[in-house]
Design a protein. Structure first.
Length: 480
């Protein structure tokens, strides 16, 4: 478990840097002592009968609560906001954990409505420096796991429970894939701890003795300038923000490895990043359930479409009946699970039976493999529009729109008109409203579609991973 690894590092290399948060620097000894103080408080304060710890904090506080809660036997779930307490509806099975003299009112109100007790770890818990003693830590079989939440395949929360034994193997594999070591300085940007990448990449870096940089302010670029970052993990929208904030005096640093998760960027953004930041731009493809399955260095626009499967993973394409399709034929993406991957959703047997099939996971993506064995994604099963009874995956069309009109994003939806006939609605993300005049050119890209409506929006609604929120976009376009 991570707490054991951190304490080992604190006792053997205590002065080595572990974490930077908004300019505050903590070595491994100081980090471990903050965790230990949090653990001691929770060990005496946790309510009987609680199984889950709902973490109502982010950044440093979020990590302290997450690691400490697991060390006292609770399964940690990091919240993206107080509403999630109500959505999860765990009642007395969960305790909500926050930091401070008193819980934030929004978290306290949500906890009360859900019937979950709430604990705020007060500043007094850190008044006296604790003694680090590994003998007081629980063994792996007595530690709580960490629960990652995913809604990608069905549209509602599912729990991925990673126990202590699996965590170590997964972290070591991820650290090896991204070559994490004692010299690694990983900047996560504002990636939330509640996300899979926001949790797994820092964990893998600490397992290998590296340093993690978090930034709580809106000035993301300052950490790149201040902390000697050599690995950057972020999403497309946050990369654009970082590039906007970089001063003209910044010289491109090709030693920085940039990894993008959540969605592929427009080619124009890649060119800009390679000119301003680093030529080492990578697209990371994975799922909460199966972890990273592909990692591609971007050298040409084709690298945004065709993903290179990492060596230890296996991906096949199957049809609706589960039969493997020939090369170049589209179908459902299926990923072989490793020994340390989860093989079920926690407390969700029906969804487990649907998506976990023996040693394979059905990801919910549409795709195909080319002759070089690279994976081209064609969208989610749910990212399909129906026109005149025919099903069309939206992703190839959206990528073509981004290239043709040099916009930062494009989304396609279908909706019935007043006569019940399906029509196409295209939203282009741009500040240039004159693009509306390109409606005939847009329509010409869809010759089989009867009618195409074009809207230009300053910003497409996106989730925390940078993916387009299509339900929210329907509301924006008046299609709800």
């Amino acid at each position: 478990m991570l707490i054991h690894r951190l304490y080992d590092r604190a006792l053997s290399h205590g002065d080595s840097p572990a974490l930077n948060v908004g300019g505050q620097r903590l070595n491994y000894r100081a980090f471990a002592m903050l965790i230990e103080a949090t653990r001691l408080y929770l060990n005496s304060a946790k309510p009987a009968g609680a199984t889950f710890a709902l973490i109502g904090a982010s950044s440093l506080d979020g990590w302290l609560l997450t690691i400490a809660a697991r060390a006292v036997g609770l399964h940690s779930i990091v919240l993206s906001g107080p509403k999630q307490i109500l959505d999860l509806n765990l009642g007395a099975r969960a305790v909500v954990l926050t930091m401070g003299a008193a819980p934030a009112p929004a978290f306290a109100a949500a906890a009360a409505r859900s019937g979950s007790p709430i604990i705020a770890v007060p500043p007094s818990a850190f008044a006296a420096p604790p003694v680090l003693d590994k003998a007081r830590l629980p063994k792996d079989d007595a530690c709580g796991g960490h629960v990652l939440l995913t809604s990608g395949t069905t549209g509602r929360y599912k729990k991925i429970l990673v126990d202590c034994a699996a965590e170590a193997a997964r972290a070591e594999a991820l650290g090896a894939l991204f070559k994490a070591d004692e010299n690694s300085v990983l900047f996560m940007g504002p990636m939330g701890l509640w996300t899979s990448a926001g949790h797994n990449r820092p964990l893998a870096t600490w397992y290998r003795g590296g340093r993690v940089v978090l930034e709580d302010s809106n000035n993301l670029a300052q950490s790149l300038l201040r902390e000697g970052v050599n690995q950057l993990q972020t999403t497309v929208p946050f990369l654009a923000t970082i590039l906007d904030q970089l001063p003209s005096s910044f010289r491109r640093d090709d030693s920085i490895r940039v990894g993008l998760v959540g969605s592929s960027p427009p080619w124009a953004l890649v060119e800009r990043a390679q000119a301003q930041l680093s030529r080492d731009i990578n697209i990371e493809l994975g799922s909460t359930e199966a972890g990273t399955i592909a990692s591609s260095v971007v050298r040409t626009p084709d690298d945004l479409r065709f993903h290179r499967i990492v060596p230890e993973r296996s991906v096949i394409i199957v049809d609706e009946a589960g039969n493997q399709t020939p090369t170049g034929i589209a179908g459902l993406v299926k990923i072989r699970l490793r020994d340390n991957d989860v093989r079920s959703y926690f407390e969700a047997p029906e969804e487990t039976a649907r998506f976990f099939q023996g040693d394979w996971f059905l990801s919910g993506d549409l795709g195909r493999l080319n002759g070089s064995g690279r994976l081209e994604l064609l969208g989610r099963i749910t990212d399909v529009i129906s026109i005149n009874g025919d099903k069309h995956s939206t992703l190839p069309y959206e990528q073509a729109l981004e290239r043709k009109f040099a916009v930062t994003g494009a989304a396609i939806l279908s909706a019935p008109n007043e006569r019940g006939e399906d029509e196409v609605h295209v939203a282009l993300e741009s500040l240039d409203q004159t693009l509306v005049q390109q409606a005939p050119a847009v329509s010409a890209m869809f010759p089989t579609f009867r009618r195409v409506h074009v809207r230009v929006v300053a910003q497409l609604p996106r989730n925390h991973m940078g993916k387009i929120d299509r339900l929210a976009l329907r509301a924006v376009l008046g299609l709800s």
